[in-house]
Design a protein around this ligand. Sequence first.
Ligand SMILES: NC(=O)c1ccc[n+]([C@@H]2O[C@H](COP(=O)([O-])OP(=O)(O)OC[C@H]3O[C@@H](n4cnc5c(N)ncnc54)[C@H](O)[C@@H]3O)[C@@H](O)[C@H]2O)c1
Length: 337
Amino acid sequence: MKTYLVTGGCGFIGSNFIYYMFRKYRDIRIVNVDCLTYAGNLENLSKFNHDDRYIFVKADICDSNAIENIFKKYDIDYVIHFAAESHVDRSISGPVIFTQTNVLGTAIMLNAARKAWKGKSDKKYLQVSTDEVYGALTNDPKTFFTEKTPLDPHSPYSSSKAGADLLVKAYIDTYNFPANITRCSNNYGPFQYPEKLIPKIFDCCCNLKEIPVYGDGLQIRDWLYVDDHCKAIDMVLHNAKAGEIYNIGGHNEKTNMEIVKSIIDYVRSEINPKCSEELITHVTDRLGHDRRYAIDPKKIEKDLGWRPETKFEDGIIKTLEWYKNNQQWLENLSKRK
Ligand SMILES: NC(=O)c1ccc[n+]([C@@H]2O[C@H](COP(=O)([O-])OP(=O)(O)OC[C@H]3O[C@@H](n4cnc5c(N)ncnc54)[C@H](O)[C@@H]3O)[C@@H](O)[C@H]2O)c1
């Protein structure tokens, strides 16, 4: 039985990944390490509380003793490193914790894995990174980020993720460490903390609160349904050559305003007929707000046969239905700071 160490499994993508893996594989064990910051929610995974294949360890990835002990206690075959501070706005108002968690935390994960895996084969470490490390594109629809695009991060968040990526690269180049890096676009789906665009706007729409839209709202993001992302991670982990980097994108470029309008339409027809575009309030744009991100996923399509399966029109309805059916979850998390 293979053992997967998932960091940050109580966050948005980590929770979805753990569901995905248990749906796909019967005979695996998952150790979920999370220190439960405001973004971590243990209850996301309560379904597995009595499942022998699931182990939760409350620990900080910056605590090297705790992380090394996990490697000693469990014979870890794979690491999927999600744990991070992940919100750009928070990185602008308080950047230091981003360097600590995202850079130092990654250094500690790499060091512990390398020590534990010395002389062993068939191990793999996967660093979950972001397209934001590449900086921003213009609105020219023919331009995309490829794996060869130079790193040019703009926010404290993306800089800390780029720093972590460079550490992983250094481990690959120096120690022949068996790692991959994946860089994905904006994910959407169940369990996303309500500071992020889709659950936040959904909450405003349901409760007829002002809908804050940064600047003109014409910033473009490439939206990836979270299960498509989980499938890509699974494929890279098991099928990719160590040392390779893969971009993962959904072929779904949308402006923030298009996303906002699609949520308003859904809530007006399904939940609250009073919801309308009149709730939209343009607020001062985020400092250094990147204009457009768009991924060219040709490499992962060609090497591993991965393709995004969820059309945005279907994925957004599935997502909004999930929030509609889990409004208590949303309300509980919205109260956190
Ligand atoms: N959400 C996206 O659209 C997106 C896009 C690109 C890349 N990513 C990357 O994917 C990963 C997961 O993102 P997410 O949206 O699920 O994040 P999230 O903020 O929802 O979850 C982060 C999780 O990490 C945990 N965590 C934070 N600091 C920790 C620490 N010091 N020790 C242990 N656990 C800690 C939190 O408790 C939380 O459970 C991140 O590395 C992020 O940079 C996310």
